[in-house]
Design a protein around this ligand. Structure first.
Ligand code: DLL
Length: 435
């Protein structure tokens, strides 16, 4: 029995038929970026590749990679393949330093995104009869608006709650009869905890399924969420550069996440050598956007670690599955759903007079909420200053961090030379969270 699909034909077509479609789309997108994105024309020429050389999917591995550094160097719009007059939406996620990674969408991209998010909701059994509470953040982050448009495309009733305001979230779940909840897994646990404090038994509500993603989570967290909220949990994956949520999602077989590969073609590579790995082997996930207009990326390195699985799935979808993301190849942390690179924090500290380039980032989780502490050494002059001066400096660091990350951090100023020096690679991050 095939489970619910939003676009059944495209999700269940034979693999050969899909490969032919992907091959056609790959040829078209390479020609398009060569013509419209000076960055890609240069890159392809440097690699001695002309669009005519790319004839089928098997030529994909000849193409160069795109990385987050390319976004930084082409900031803000250098990777766009259409004039700004055709871009109807911008979103952004963290860059590795002060500047964000900017992504753009044409009107057709927004429609594509709504459809892939509708597929995601249908994977979790969603239909027009559902009431979808979107508790991902709205704004530059793609989670809120992505799932919002997906819910509307499906014809469901959408509650645009955004994150936070937990008591109100719970009240509306009760009053509006929410059936599908979309939020980060850590926020789902927080909702469960607040409900307990309020004396609300979440298992008695109409909640049926939760679509959780945007950060890593474990089987243990899944079990805790399912028990406390009385719902079936589904893992959903995506990243802003590729489109946002709606890149891959779990179906009710819960054996990996189906990748919407007719639009986002996945490969897994050895992160050291860059060589493609055979199906089933773990490595770094790479995506080529086959159909996007504003930001069609060739072989974008996600830094996420997973493997691809092609065995048939009982749900009837023929889309390749990826295993739950098990880690990253770089040092990106996800704190309260916000992507944080230690280098962003470092670039803030280096700009501030009075601090030393010796710091420690401590991440912990208390009562289901991530906490970020930054310990930073001050120089001798500041250290011997009055308490008032120290407090002003502490506040300045905290507010600069907030303006770059959008996260409140506890800042602790410490004595000169008190942070342990290392003999080799500096250990700048202590992550005490147990998922
Ligand atoms: O987090 C998009 C999204 C929103 C996905 C809502 C799912 C739900 P970014 O902010 O660009 O986009 O962060 C992308 O988050 O490269 C992964 O490292 C991580 N990530 C996203 N989903 C998952 C997941 C959104 N299900 C980065 N499991 C990605 C583990 C995830 N990590």
């Amino acid at each position: 029995m095939t489970s619910r699909c939003f676009e059944r034909k495209l999700e269940t077509m034979s693999c050969d038929e899909r490969a032919a479609l992907q091959g056609d789309r790959l040829r078209a997108v390479v020609a398009r970026v060569y013509e419209h994105v000076p960055f890609y024309r240069r890159r392809l020429e440097q690699h001695g590749i002309h669009p005519d050389d790319i004839r089928s999917l098997s030529d994909l591995s000849r193409l160069p990679f795109t990385t987050k550094t390319d976004f930084r160097e082409e900031y803000p719009f250098g990777l766009f393949a259409v004039p700004m007059s055709r871009v109807v939406r911008l979103h952004a996620s963290s860059g590795t330093t002060g500047k964000p990674t900017v992504v753009g969408y044409t009107r057709r991209d927004i429609d594509l995104w709504a459809r892939t998010c509708a597929r995601t909701l249908a994977c979790a059994g969603g239909s027009r009869n559902d009431v979808v509470q979107v508790a991902y953040g709205y704004g530059l982050f793609t989670g809120g608006l992505g799932m919002h448009y997906g819910g509307e495309k499906l014809g469901a009733t959408v509650i645009p709650m955004s994150g936070g305001n937990t008591k109100r979230q719970i009240m509306l779940m009760q009053d509006f009869g929410t059936t599908l909840l979309c939020c980060t897994p850590s926020y789902a646990l927080e909702i469960a905890e607040v409900a307990t404090d309020m004396g609300v038994d979440m298992r008695k509500l109409k909640l049926r399924a939760g679509l959780f993603g945007a950060e890593p989570w474990s089987a243990r967290m899944r079990q805790a969420i399912e028990e406390r909220l009385g719902l079936q949990a589904f893992d959903i994956y995506g990243l802003s550069e590729v489109i946002g949520p709606g890149v891959s999602s779990e179906c009710d077989a819960h054996c990996g996440l189906h990748v919407f590969e007719d639009h986002f073609y996945p490969e897994v590579i050895d992160p050291e050598s860059g060589q493609p790995l055979p199906d089933g082997e773990r490595g770094e996930l790479v995506f080529t956007c086959l159909t996007k207009e504003a930001l069609p990326l060739l072989r974008y390195r996600t830094r996420d670690i997973t493997r691809l699985m092609r065995a048939p799935c009982p749900c009837g979808r023929t889309l390749v599955r990826m295993e739950r993301v098990s880690g990253r190849t770089d040092d990106m942390l996800i704190i309260r759903g916000v992507n944080v690179f230690p280098s962003q924090i470092e670039s803030v500290l280096l700009e501030i007079e009075g601090t030393e380039p010796h710091y420690l980032i401590v991440v912990d989780r208390r009562e289901n909420m991530d906490e970020l502490e930054i310990q930073v050494e001050v120089n001798e002059r500041v250290f011997s200053d009055e308490v008032r001066g120290l407090e002003a400096l502490r506040q300045k660091v905290a507010s600069e961090i907030f303006s770059i990350l959008g996260l409140t951090a506890k800042v602790t100023l410490v004595e000169p030379r008190s942070i342990e020096r290392s003999q080799g690679k500096a250990k700048r991050v202590i992550d005490k969270r147990v998922l």
